[in-house]
Every structure is written in structure tokens, then in C-alpha cells.
Design a protein around this ligand. Structure first.
Ligand code: ACO
Ligand code: PYR
Length: 529
């Protein structure tokens, strides 16, 4: 099959079906931003919503006329076929859809006899007339028309002739695509393949696929449909959608281009997939799924030592794809599952020269295994790992200071005010430094006191601030005895890094993470300025 981006449709419905996901509510400005992002990955069509049904969507299409300059995609407005027993030109929903002024409309129609009879409560003939009238109306107004055949697969099992009749009515009236929808998302790839093949033999006209993800097979079902001959595929960013969601547009594009050899988006758009996926997650206010295929932060992260040892020879041995193709990166995780190769590759990733350091590498592997058994975790704390690694090398960085003592307190005043104070006593180059500071909590007070003590000697610490603080209680061993793991994110305004500390005492765990955070800050910028 020779196909180009122009004769295969990638149709994204993040802004319509994706917005049907529980918990998602875009503002109009968000919708415009999502549309711009989707355009950057080169999809052919962006379904923006249902004008006339949702005031926000009506406003979106109105503002889109002046505010949206799409490079690749055509904007699509969604709506249903006319109401039963109503003239198409008198149906206010149809009028609102026309008024949206988009070049393409996507109509949803019933294609399952049970839905026609029980949900629409009309006759099979009237539903066919609703399809034909509504398609013809929009074609007559110069629109390209796609028809979503709701519940097509379930309906096909009951009465396949009726599904075919709906498609024929649509194509006969000028529809460009008949989209077979697995609305309840209950299909498996073999069933999709069988139905698409059957329909292709009975109907001439471009077929599309729209899969919900209720069996976890939406992407696989969509790809099976493509293999069986559909040339229009619908998906949503990150698989957002009604109930369990839809086929993930990023996985669809990744698979269609890199596995099936179909150049469905312009080549220069492919490396934008990861950035766009994460940017849309931000706009949807949903944490990105680290384990999402192709675009997740962990999609090319390798933890097992055996994997790393093969990757050292060739990254292809344990990657299904060069991550850069979709804008992602390979990462090596050093944990209790690491071997020597993991440490070597991580060193390379961090820019630490480990040539001839076989013994040091062995010591690092052993140390990580022992520490992780005690509750430490380095996979999310690259900065602490780098300090541990460099600490084993001949040119190990000297500690910033020698600790004499620290103490911290929390005071709850009668008026309800809570104040923390910390005092640190440290020695730097033979000088004894004592510093006291307040903070909004004991860790903040310790951070303030320690930086105050060190800043004259290490002026670069003036730019450093704690950005995030996470605590996890590990393995309660009864009573109040538990291990506490603290992760601290720190920034100097240029970069951000994460450090870890573990102890039964939360303040001591925080102190370890804090000292690593400041030590790493100085390592990053050895000289001030
Ligand atoms: C499979 C899908 O996900 S399709 C997309 C579904 N998306 C949405 O429903 C989100 C937006 N929906 C809405 O805002 C509202 O449901 C509206 C504005 C569309 C309709 O609201 P209401 O007029 O209050 O009707 P209600 O939602 O209760 O019922 C839907 C009506 O559309 C009819 N209908 C359903 N599908 C179709 C169709 N394909 N063609 C024509 N009429 C249809 C139903 O029979 C029902 O008609 P009735 O009011 O005469 O009983
Ligand atoms: C149209 C649509 O969203 C569906 O049938 O699932």
C-alpha cells in the first residue's frame, strides 16, 4: 500500500470525545491552545466540539475563526443528525452546526436497530432519512461530511444489513467518510478486522474507525481496522475520553508511522509527539502518564541490569524504537536491580567519565543495593546518585562542610501561630560557623540556617531554592517505628535536581536530602556567578 499524509486521515477528537472524560473541563482558551498543539503534530482533522449543544463550544468555533491559524489540520464541528420528524432546515441543532462555519462537519448517527427503536424511538426508515437529509444538507452548504456510525459493531452483530444501509444512505447523500464506531468499546481486534473486511466488500466509500477503550484494546482495534482497509482513524490525546477513554492519538501515530510505514503525519511533526502530549496533559490538568507508550517519561527508561548490559552494546537491543523519533529520551535507572553496565551507562548520561574505574563501579553497584534495601531510592534522585558515584572516584568532591550539630524546633504559640527555628553549627576550612534561622517548617528553617552559614563561602547558594518536598513512610514496623524517605527538588533558576534522604527520623531524612541538594548546587556551578 502506498499512502501519504494526505490520503490517510488522522482525526483527533480530544476536544469533543476527549472532553467527555470524567474530570476534564476545558475553558475556551484551553480549547484553542489544545487545538494549536494538535496542529503541531500534523493531524489532518481536529474535532473542536459540539456547537449548539455546549455554549463553550459555540464560543470556541466563533473565536477559532479569528484566533486559530492551523497549518496542517482542518477544523471539524460535531453534531447529530436531524431530530426524528423534524425538517432538517428547521432543526436548531443542525442550524448551530452550520453556523459554526467549519469546512468539515462530523455527524453522529444511529446504526444499530436497537438504538433506533429504543433510544431514538423512531422507525428504521426515518433514521435512514435523517442520515440522508442531514448529510445532503451540509454537502449542499459546501461542507465535507464525515458520519460517525454509533454502535456500528454491536449493531452489525444484530442486523448487519441495517449498518450497511446507514453507510449507503450517507455515501449516497455525499458523505466522504463512514466511521465505524465501537461506541461501547467492547470489541477485540479479530472482531474489528472481520467486520471491516466484510463491510468493505459490501460498501464502496471511505471507511473510518473510532474506538473506545473499554477492553483496553482501542489502539489495537484501530490498527486492526487499518490493516483491514480503513483510511480514517480517530483518536484523542493521551487516550482521554468517555469512560475508559479512546484510542490514544500519540500511540496511533507512533504505530502507524513507525510500525506500519504509513506516513500519516508530516515527518517533521513526529518528534513533537512527547512535548505535545505533556502540554495537553497540563491543559487538561491531568498528570502525564509516565508509562504511556511512545511518549511517557518511562517509555524508554531501563531499570534491569541485564537490559543495561545489552543496551551498552547497542540501544536497539532493548528499545522498540529510537526514542528521539517521537521526541522522547532513553534513560537508565540505577536501583537495586542495577548491574555494572547500568552504572556505566548512567555515568555516561550524567557526563561522569568512568574510564578505567572498574573497582569504583563495582563499589557503587554494591552501595546502591545496600542503600536501596534500607529504603533509599535513587531512580528519582539523579543528583544524589551522581554524588554517590563521584564520591567513589579518585577526584571525589570534598564535602561542603563538617557538621558539628544541628537542632530544630517547632513552636505553637497561644494565638495559633506556628514557628520553626533551626540552628546549625558547621566547620568550613577550619572556621566554626553558627547560624540560626526561622522557617515555615523545620526543614525550611534548617535550609535557611544552613544556607545562611555557607553562603559567604559558597555564594552560588544565594540563588538556590527548594522547589518541592515529598515524604513517603516506608514499612511501618509497629508502633511509631518506620523509615521515612524524603525527596527534595531544588532549583537554582537554571536547572532543577532531585535528592533523597532516608532515616527513621523525618528531620534527619530531610537533612540528608538537603545536604545533597546544596552539595549538588555547588558541584553544578563550582565558581560563583
Ligand atoms: C457516542 C457519543 O459520545 S456521541 C456525543 C455525545 N455527546 C454529548 O451528549 C454531549 C453534548 N450533549 C448535550 O449537550 C445534550 O445531550 C444535547 C444538547 C445534545 C441534547 O440535549 P436534550 O435536548 O436535553 O436531549 P437529551 O440529551 O436528553 O437526549 C438526546 C436527544 O437526542 C436524540 N438523539 C440521540 N442521538 C441522535 C441522533 N444520532 N440523531 C438525532 N437525534 C438523536 C435522542 O433521541 C434524544 O431525543 P429526545 O430529546 O427527543 O428524547
Ligand atoms: C461517536 C462516538 O464518540 C462514539 O460512537 O463513540
Amino acid at each position: 500500500m502506498t499512502t501519504s499524509a494526505t490520503d490517510f486521515h488522522v482525526f483527533d477528537t480530544t476536544l469533543r470525545d476527549g472532553a467527555q472524560r470524567e474530570g476534564v473541563s476545558y475553558s475556551v482558551a484551553d480549547k484553542l491552545a489544545v487545538a494549536r498543539l494538535l496542529d503541531e503534530i500534523g493531524v489532518g482533522f481536529i474535532e473542536g466540539g459540539w456547537p449548539g449543544a455546549l455554549p463553550k463550544d459555540t464560543e470556541f468555533f466563533s473565536r477559532a475563526r479569528t484566533e486559530l491559524k492551523l497549518q496542517h489540520a482542518q477544523l471539524v464541528a460535531f453534531g447529530s443528525t436531524r431530530k426524528a420528524g423534524v425538517r432538517v432546515e428547521d432543526d436548531p441543532q443542525v442550524r448551530a452546526l452550520l453556523d459554526a462555519g467549519t469546512p468539515v462537519v462530523c455527524l453522529v448517527a444511529k446504526s444499530d436497530v436497537r438504538h433506533v427503536r429504543e433510544a431514538l424511538r423512531t422507525t428504521l426508515e426515518e433514521n435512514l432519512a435523517m442520515v440522508a437529509d442531514t448529510v445532503a444538507f451540509f454537502v449542499g452548504h459546501g461542507r465535507r461530511v464525515f458520519l460517525d456510525c454509533e454502535h456500528f459493531f454491536d449493531g452489525y452483530a444484530t442486523d448487519s444489513d441495517y449498518g450497511v444501509a446507514v453507510l449507503q444512505a450517507a455515501f449516497g447523500a455525499g458523505a466522504e467518510v463512514g466511521v465505524l464506531c465501537d461506541t461501547n468499546g467492547g470489541m477485540l481486534p479479530s472482531g474489528v478486522s472481520r467486520v471491516v473486511t466484510d463491510v468493505r466488500a459490501r460498501v464502496s466509500g471511505r471507511l473510518g474507525i473510532h474506538c473506545q477503550d473499554d477492553t483496553g484494546c482501542a489502539v489495537a482495534n484501530s490498527l486492526a481496522a487499518v490493516e483491514a482497509g480503513v483510511t480514517h482513524v480517530q483518536g484523542t490525546a493521551n487516550g482521554y475520553g468517555e469512560r475508559a477513554g479512546n484510542a490514544d492519538t500519540f500511540a496511533l501515530i507512533g504505530n502507524l508511522v513507525t510500525k506500519m510505514g504509513l506516513p500519516v503525519v508530516p515527518a517533521e511533526c513526529l518528534p513533537e509527539l512527547q512535548r505535545v502530549s505533556h502540554a495537553i496533559a497540563e491543559l487538561a490538568n491531568i498528570a502525564p502518564d509516565d508509562h504511556q507508550p511512545f511518549v511517557g517519561a518511562s517509555a524508554f527508561a531501563h531499570k534491569a541490569g541485564l537490559h543495561a548490559s545489552a543496551i551498552k552494546v547497542s540501544p536497539q537491543l532493548y528499545n522498540h524504537l529510537d526514542p528521539a523519533v517521537v521526541g522522547n529520551d532513553m534513560r537508565i535507572l540505577v536501583t537495586e536491580m542495577a548491574g555494572r553496565a547500568s552504572v556505566e551507562l548512567k555515568g555516561r548520561e550524567l557526563g561522569v567519565d568512568l574510564t578505567g574505574q572498574s573497582d569504583a563501579i563495582g563499589r557503587v553497584v554494591d552501595r546502591v543495593k545496600v542503600l536501596e534495601a534500607d529504603g533509599w531510592s535513587f531512580e528519582a534522585a539523579d543528583a544524589s546518585f551522581e554524588l554517590l558515584l563521584r564520591g567513589q572516584l579518585p577526584d571525589a568532591p570534598a564535602p561542603l562542610f563538617e557538621l558539628e550539630s544541628y537542632k530544630t524546633s517547632v513552636e505553637h504559640w497561644g494565638n495559633g501561630v506556628v514557628v520553626s527555628e533551626a540552628t546549625v553549627k558547621v566547620h568550613v576550612d577550619g572556621e566554626r560557623l553558627i547560624s540560626t534561622a526561622e522557617g515555615n517548617g523545620p526543614v525550611n528553617a534548617l535550609d535557611n540556617a544552613l544556607r545562611q552559614a555557607l553562603v559567604n563561602r559558597y555564594p552560588q547558594l544565594a540563588d538556590v531554592a527548594l522547589a518541592d518536598y515529598k515524604v513517603r513512610i516506608l514499612g511501618w514496623r509497629g508502633g511509631t517505628s518506620a523509615t521515612t524517605r524524603v525527596l527534595i527538588d531544588t532549583t537554582d533558576g537554571v536547572g532543577e535536581w532531585t535528592t533523597v534522604g532516608v532515616h527513621a527520623n523525618i528531620v534527619e531524612a530531610s537533612w540528608h536530602a538537603l545536604v545533597d541538594a546544596l552539595t549538588y548546587a555547588v558541584l553544578r556551578r563550582p565558581a560563583a556567578g
